[in-house]
Design a protein around this ligand. Structure first.
Ligand SMILES: C[S@@+](CC[C@H](N)C(=O)[O-])C[C@H]1O[C@@H](n2cnc3c(N)ncnc32)[C@H](O)[C@@H]1O
Length: 295
């Protein structure tokens, strides 16, 4: 494989990426050329929302080609184009052979939720002290246990006996919270997501963990639950407030994650007509907000 490396200003990124893909690039990645320098600029965006910008003011565009000749031909074809103005070619370089599977696997070690509750990838043995184990490999859907928001939800689950409880995992991603609830005794679990790929991942991960879940798109969530879990992000959580609260049964719990510390008050205000949210955990700037419905 060979990489063609280009420098481009932000307003050229979209056209340049499209052109590289049309020239059979296997992938095109865009990085901040000023990363790790005082000129580095953060670009914030929420999944599912339009990207705030296509790239950085000085972006490094890396296109991967199967053959060196393809990469060299691409730059020859691109250079005379109007939209290449302001861009420059840094060069074509070979990509070293790597054992990508081993490299990826080495980045995912078992994750400790509590000393007895672990998330363990299939290529590791569970630690001796683990009593509850979720077997999960990184895939297309969010939720491997490495993100603080997922860990806080799982810690909340691990502190409870969910026997005979009905649980809703709203925004299930990989299904990790639903599977965690099953491992802690929940009797009936509904796991839903707007992303069909997440629903599919949840089904596969549930089968690998020998737990039974009812999965589907959000319409599959009907009725009330003893526990409603939603690890999404502050903006969608605010919009979902009436819907999520309506799913919490009298005396039941609502557990929300995906919220940053400074967003606590706006979440409290959005849920105040139905439930009184409180911050009950925090990790790396993220908070867990929970509420109990009146009996
Ligand atoms: C941060 S991931 C959480 C995944 C997993 N529950 C966890 O805790 O790791 C958020 C998930 O919510 C889903 N999502 C986002 N907006 C949603 C909505 N309005 N309704 C249902 N699911 C949504 C996304 O597709 C994504 O899979």
């Amino acid at each position: 494989m060979f990489e063609l490396v280009l420098m481009a200003p932000e307003w050229r990124i979209e056209e340049l990426s499209d052109a590289l893909e049309a020239l059979d690039a296997l992938s095109v990645s865009v990085e901040d050329a000023d990363a790790q320098t005082p000129a580095e600029q953060a670009l914030f965006g929420e999944p599912g929302m339009p990207a705030p910008k296509a790239g950085w003011q000085r972006s490094r565009v890396v296109a991967l080609f199967e053959q060196e000749a393809q990469a060299r031909e691409a730059v020859e074809l691109l250079a005379p184009q109007d939209f290449f103005e302001g861009c420059e070619s840094v060069g074509v370089r070979p990509v070293a052979e790597q054992d990508w599977v081993r490299l990826t696997q080495s980045q995912f070690a078992p994750v400790e939720i509590t000393p007895t509750f672990w998330i363990v990838p299939s290529w590791h043995e569970p630690p001796a002290a683990a009593e509850q184990v979720i077997r999960l490999d990184p895939g297309l859907a969010f939720g491997t246990g490495t993100h603080p928001t997922t860990r806080m939800c799982l810690r909340w689950i691990a502190q409870r006996d969910l026997s005979a409880q009905r649980v809703l995992d709203y925004g299930c991603g990989s299904g990790i919270l639903a599977i965690g609830a099953a491992k802690h005794g929940a009797a009936e679990i509904v796991a839903v997501d707007i992303d069909p790929a997440a629903v599919e991942s949840t089904q596969i991960n549930a089968a690998n963990n020998h737990v039974s879940l009812l999965t589907g798109l959000p319409e599959a969530a009907t009725g009330v639950f003893n526990l409603v879990l939603a690890n999404i992000l502050a903006t969608p959580l605010k919009m979902l407030a009436p819907l999520l609260c309506a799913h919490v049964q009298a005396g039941g719990h609502l557990v929300l994650a995906g919220i940053l510390e400074p967003q606590a008050d706006e979440l409290k205000a959005a849920y105040a007509p139905w439930l009184a949210l409180e911050v009950t955990d925090s990790e790396e700037g993220w908070i867990l907000m929970t509420a109990r419905a009146a009996d």
